[in-house]
Ligand binder design. Sequence first.
Ligand SMILES: N[C@@H](CCC(=O)N[C@@H](CS)C(=O)NCC(=O)O)C(=O)O
Length: 209
Amino acid sequence: MSIQFFAFDTPNGRKISVALEEMGLPYDVHVVDITQNQQFDPAFLAISPNNKIPAIVDPDGPGGQPISVFESGAILLYLAEKTGQFMPADPAGRVAVHEWLMFQMGGFGPMPGQVHHFIALQDETERRYGLQRFMAETRRLYGVMDRRLAACTYFAGDSLSVADFAILGWAWRHPRHQVDLADFPHVQRWYQALMARPGVARGFAVALK
Ligand SMILES: N[C@@H](CCC(=O)N[C@@H](CS)C(=O)NCC(=O)O)C(=O)O
């Protein structure tokens, strides 16, 4: 039975469309238009209590019972566990996936997200303060990623993992947070390699609005 996938065309939504395509899982898309406040519909809140996309419902969850999952990091870990894909078998590799997934969820998402917010403000004083603070932090995070990818092919080491899908969702928006990937050559190499994958291309082509 198909996974029911609730999302909109945003970095957090794209992480999951990319993962579902790369894993070859059957799924149905339900667009939740967050510009129309559909994330507050009671039926959606029942599966995503924090009123944010993405969320999934898997009719074939643990023990064959349906399960809903919210929070994109939790969804990626759930899908990796369900399929046995994009999660290394060795314990040290799994620790690396968890590290870089948490790095994304706690930093490389919230920080560029603030750039996206402040860049749209009209008030110049508020805009300047927010951009100064959050663009600097976003660039610092790109520096952290660049150093990691100078040493490893992928974030968790030699093999592609769900941590890469999580980070890719936000790196995809680099023009919007005004980062030139040429300034971070290892991130650029990684980004181009991932975007050239057919599964990733399909994930970004899924209609989410
Ligand atoms: N930590 C959450 C963040 C999800 C999130 O911020 N989703 C945004 C779109 S990218 C959203 O649904 N916003 C609607 C709202 O805040 O009301 C995750 O990674 O799933």
